[in-house]
Design a protein around this ligand. Structure first.
Ligand code: GDG
Length: 438
């Protein structure tokens, strides 16, 4: 069966004037399955030309949206209304009349473009909170098999209900035959919302609505396990050079898109507390916080950026040599080399659907992550050092513990960690989702 993927972001990058499948992330994960089945990927067209991209084994169909539409659909409804609610940041929730109209229209444009490529017989796989209405729209257009994977958390009903269109959102999603979340908690909460808002009957892991059965399952995503193991040997030399550059200090690493859900400010403050409480480490460690720019058109992100810069500069001055902030996207290998060079990763989001950095770090390095309990990954990664990222003193203690573990305990934790990450291979995840769906 032909596979048609719908996702906001296109799966390609332009390198020296030619398109390539983007490394890392969803695109690389789905490419093998798409290639095997003869796949189509429908995505927003950032250039606006509507040009189709034909790669070997993959057709990318781009949906052009006007600037105004993108402002309402993407910067507005998706990233200022849905994103904060899904992550339980009620105070960041912004709601403007008109955004919903753009969101619906964009979802319709995606669904129509997909149906033109796939017709009734294709297998449709919709991704994420940008496209919650697409499943129902696809079904109305005749699609017979539709899957949806939700990459972010799903909130409790009281939080969801803040959204004036909560019912329409849930009904849109229920157009799918299978809805995947990262954890059981998110899946259970969704079933509760389906019952309360759409009148669905809940039967174990399914919602029955309008005579149709919609399965709702925890299907946690993973990373490219063989690819990352291979990457480790490729980046080791560069990792040694990074270690040398910090002259014998033990390296701690943090890597995130700049986002308030990632807890970057709290993490830097926790690291400062750690140095204040255990000053003997001032000359023995360096914490490298690597921050990639993100959603710069959204006002909340610009404010966060200036707060981060102020705190980072103050920390660099207060603890010279022990803290470095790098702002800007790194190449994949440069990022992985930093992971390989680090003894400890600080992966402390305030809320995260899953969090792939913890998994990538675990595979590429020989160290352990200090991991937020509020990341989906905390449910799956054994051996990680779990923290509450709001508790800066507790995180400081976990950093100290991570740096002073006995060799035996470190070994034990490492082996549990590797076992649990190996179970989360992204290729296997894609296969499992599609098997369930078809
Ligand atoms: C969403 C959900 C869920 C980071 N900096 C650079 C860079 N990265 C890469 C990391 C990782 C990816 O970006 C980030 O993935 P996360 O999972 O950590 O977070 P989100 O982007 O928020 O993703 C999340 C995910 O979807 C999948 O379902 O886990 O919960 O929020 O791969 O390595 N990559 C490069 N340069 C950087 O500077 N090349």
């Amino acid at each position: 069966m032909k596979l048609v993927v719908l996702a906001n972001r296109e799966p390609v990058r332009r390198v020296e004037g030619r398109y390539q499948v983007a490394l890392g992330g969803l695109a690389a994960a789905l490419y093998p399955v798409l290639a095997r089945r003869g796949g189509v990927w429908v995505a927003w067209d950032p250039g606006g030309s509507g040009e189709r991209i034909e790669l070997k084994d993959l057709l990318v169909v781009r949906v052009p949206l006007s600037k105004r539409r993108v402002a309402g659909y993407y910067q507005g409804y998706a990233n200022q209304a849905l994103w904060p609610l899904m992550h339980l940041f009620l105070e960041r929730f912004v709601y403007k009349q008109g955004w919903w109209h753009d969101y619906r229209a964009a979802n319709r444009a995606f669904a129509e473009a997909a149906l033109r490529e796939g017709g009734e017989g294709a297998l449709y796989w919709v991704h994420d909170y940008h496209l919650s209405l697409a499943p129902a729209l696809l079904r109305e257009g005749g699609a017979r098999r539709v899957g949806l994977f939700w990459h972010v958390p799903w909130p409790p009903l009281e939080v969801l209900e803040v959204l004036p269109e909560a019912e329409a959102l849930v009904r849109g999603m229920l157009g799918a035959d299978l809805i995947g979340f990262h954890t059981e908690t998110y899946a259970d909460r969704f079933l509760e919302a389906a019952r309360a808002l759409a009148g669905a009957r809940v039967r174990e892991d399914a919602a029955v609505v309008g005579g149709r059965r919609v399965r709702v399952r925890a299907l946690p995503i993973g990373v490219d396990v063989p690819g990352l193991k291979e990457a480790r040997s490729r980046v080791l030399k560069r990792a040694e050079a990074i270690q040398k550059a910090y002259a014998g200090r033990r390296i701690l690493v943090g890597a995130d898109r700049l986002d308030y859900t990632k807890g970057i400010l709290e993490r830097i403050r926790a690291f400062r507390r750690f140095l204040e409480r255990w000053p003997e480490f001032k000359d023995r460690v360096v914490f490298l916080q690597l921050t990639a720019p993100s959603r710069e058109a959204v006002p909340a992100y610009r404010g966060l950026k200036s707060r981060l810069f102020r705190l980072a500069e103050a920390t660099e001055r207060r603890f010279p040599g022990a803290f470095v902030h790098h702002y800007g996207a790194l190449s994949r290998d440069e990022l992985l080399a930093h992971f390989a060079a680090a003894d400890l990763a600080l992966v402390t989001p305030l809320r995260d659907g899953m969090n792939l950095v913890a998994l990538e770090y675990g595979l590429v390095s020989e160290g352990l992550p200090v991991l937020s309990r509020f990341a989906g990954a905390a449910r799956y990664l054994k051996g990680a050092m779990l923290v509450n990222p709001y508790d800066e003193a507790g995180t400081a203690r976990a950093i100290h513990r991570g740096l002073t573990l006995s060799a035996a305990e470190r070994e034990r934790r490492r082996s549990e960690l590797l076992d649990s990450i190996e179970r989360l291979d992204v290729g296997a995840w894609a296969e499992a989702f599609l098997r369930e769906l078809s």
